[in-house]
Design a protein around this ligand. Structure first.
Ligand SMILES: [Zn+2]
Length: 227
């Protein structure tokens, strides 16, 4: 995704979906979504090509309401698939982009694009704690690699006196998921290996309600009926 290893901030890549169905779906308004408001977008253009400036004005500015001063950089790298790479001036602007993009994904012009996060926000130091020294590091790594990609050796979590707490941590790259919080697929907060249950923590982990199963709040703040 980012082979050079450069850190990128608040950045997203949009690629034009090359299939004919995607274009037809956009033209015919499938899936029953109300889209009259999006007629101002570039939907009437032949959807094969859009210049960088057209994309900036029609999609980012007119379509999504960004102003040029909020954009750090907009590039259209050459390649067989039409691609735009946008970086925003701050994380809040990228989050605004994600919210608009995800809520309008079935409407033109957004339904012609796929969005991939480019920022390094999907790399996390993930701590797994079983409170038990017997759990095999290898088994935890197998679990982590099922949902994400491990990018470092496991390291023991030590206390102030350098005594191992039973916790282990890894640098882990989460997988992109346009529907996930922050554009990535998040890990479960619990891990079960055999009869042992452990906890999983990392910075930016979304709150998952144990009562209703929804993201964004914890059970203590849940407004759904208690089971
Ligand atoms: Zn809830």
């Amino acid at each position: 995704m980012n082979p050079g290893g450069m850190r990128r901030y608040n950045a997203v890549r949009l690629t034009l979906i090359p299939t004919r169905e995607a274009a037809e779906d956009g033209a015919n308004q499938g899936r029953g979504t109300a889209t009259s408001a999006t007629a101002t977008g570039p939907a009437k253009r032949p959807d094969s090509t859009m210049t960088r400036l057209e994309f900036s004005r029609a999609v980012l500015q007119k379509g999504m309401g960004f102003v040029p001063a909020e954009l750090n950089c907009l590039a259209k790298p050459p390649g067989p698939v039409e691609t735009f790479e946008v970086s925003f001036k701050n994380p809040q602007l990228l989050e605004k982009f994600r919210k608009i993009f995800n809520s309008s994904r079935s409407s033109p012009p957004y339904n012609k694009f796929k969005a991939y996060p480019l920022s390094d926000t999907e790399s996390k130091v993930v701590t797994v704690n079983f409170h038990n020294e017997c759990i095999q590091e290898y088994d935890i790594e197998t679990w982590l690699n099922r949902y994400a990609t491990i990018k470092s050796e496991g390291r023991k979590v030590l206390d102030e006196d350098q005594v191992w707490t039973g916790g282990l941590k890894w640098l882990v790259q989460l997988k992109p998921d346009p529907t996930g919080v922050g554009g990535v697929r998040h890990l479960s907060s619990t891990i079960t290996l055999g009869n042992n249950r452990g906890s999983v923590h990392y910075y930016g982990m979304p709150k998952l309600c144990r009562n209703c199963g929804n993201l964004g709040h914890l059970a203590a703040a849940c407004t759904a009926c208690k089971i």
